[in-house]
Design a protein around this ligand. Structure first.
Ligand SMILES: Nc1ncnc2c1ncn2[C@@H]1O[C@H](COP(=O)(O)OP(=O)(O)O)[C@@H](O)[C@H]1O
Ligand SMILES: [Mg+2]
Length: 264
């Protein structure tokens, strides 16, 4: 990889206790390098360890074996410079839109005046200037996720982890938010690790798409996507990447199901 390494995983394993005093292997000996400012997407069928992997990188869980470093330092717990965005937005329902972003900034020791300016600026970037005084329950799902994105970016983190952030949104909102995330990533260039089960979304967003397989969770294939971002989803080039990824995904499914065929 030409750019400097941001996140380095070496021999990472995660085992969980299972029934009958046994252990199950959620992730098996995983080696991976993610570059500074890279946009990586993790895809794979349910249960292949995507959430486990992103939680390990974010420091919410500790590996059973192996090491994870960010900027050369071992990950020992959550870091205020590394932000996670969840599918369910994680907003405080009792705070306004502005209040949600302000709280994130002030709790990181950013002064009131700067916090106000940054919060308003980032909410403007995601098109929510007219909703500063609204409460989360007054917003649509897409708007709530925009608040969560503005809040995460306002902190100006060096790494942004997103675990299926758009899974609960309708297709149209999803496409718009994909473009918004790409635009914001292009401006600030945080290192992005984005989990999705949508292969098209992964190709559209990621400079690399990491396809995982289950039982035990592992990396099955890494696809480098050489397309401009944003790219034309109707192009032949996009279709070629799609075909390559779907073919491999099809095999993963077939193996996981233990069946002769599985139709997508
Ligand atoms: N806290 C836990 N305790 C026991 N098993 C877990 C725990 N978290 C995840 N697992 C198991 O690890 C595997 C991977 O889960 P997960 O990382 O959530 O997959 P994904 O996000 O790809 O759907 C699954 O078999 C899941 O049941
Ligand atoms: Mg998951």
């Amino acid at each position: 990889m030409s750019r400097p390494v941001k996140i380095l995983l070496q021999g990472v394993e995660k085992r969980y206790p299972a029934s009958g005093g046994e252990e199950m292997t959620a992730l098996q000996r995983l080696d991976l390098e993610i570059g500074v400012g890279e946009f990586v997407c993790l895809v794979g069928p349910s249960g292949c360890g995507k959430t486990t992997l992103i939680n390990l990188m974010a420091g919410f869980e500790q590996p059973s074996a192996g090491t994870i470093t960010i900027d050369g330092r071992p990950v020992t717990g959550p870091d205020p410079d590394h932000i996670m965005i969840f599918q369910d937005y994680g907003l405080y329902p009792w705070r306004t839109v502005l209040g949600n972003v302000l709280f994130a900034l002030e709790s990181r020791g950013i002064g009131k005046k700067e916090a106000q300016e940054r919060a308003a600026g980032y909410l403007d970037m995601v098109g929510l200037s007219s909703f500063l005084r609204s409460f989360p329950h007054q917003l649509s799902g897409g708007m709530k996720q925009r608040v969560a994105i503005a809040r995460a970016l306002a902190v100006e983190p060096s790494v942004l982890f997103m675990d299926e952030p758009f899974a609960a949104l309708d297709a149209f909102t999803r496409l718009r938010l994909q473009d918004e995330v790409l635009r914001l990533w292009g401006e600030k260039r945080p290192t992005m690790v984005f989990v999705t089960h949508d292969l098209d979304e992964a190709i559209y967003l990621g400079g690399r798409v990491i396809l995982m397989a289950p039982d035990p969770g592992r990396v099955r294939k890494i696809l480098s996507v050489h397309l401009p971002r944003p790219c034309d989803r109707t192009s032949d080039e996009f279709a070629a990447y799609r075909r390559e990824l779907f073919e491999e995904f099809h095999l993963v499914h077939r193996e996981a199901a233990g069946e002769a065929a599985y139709s997508i």
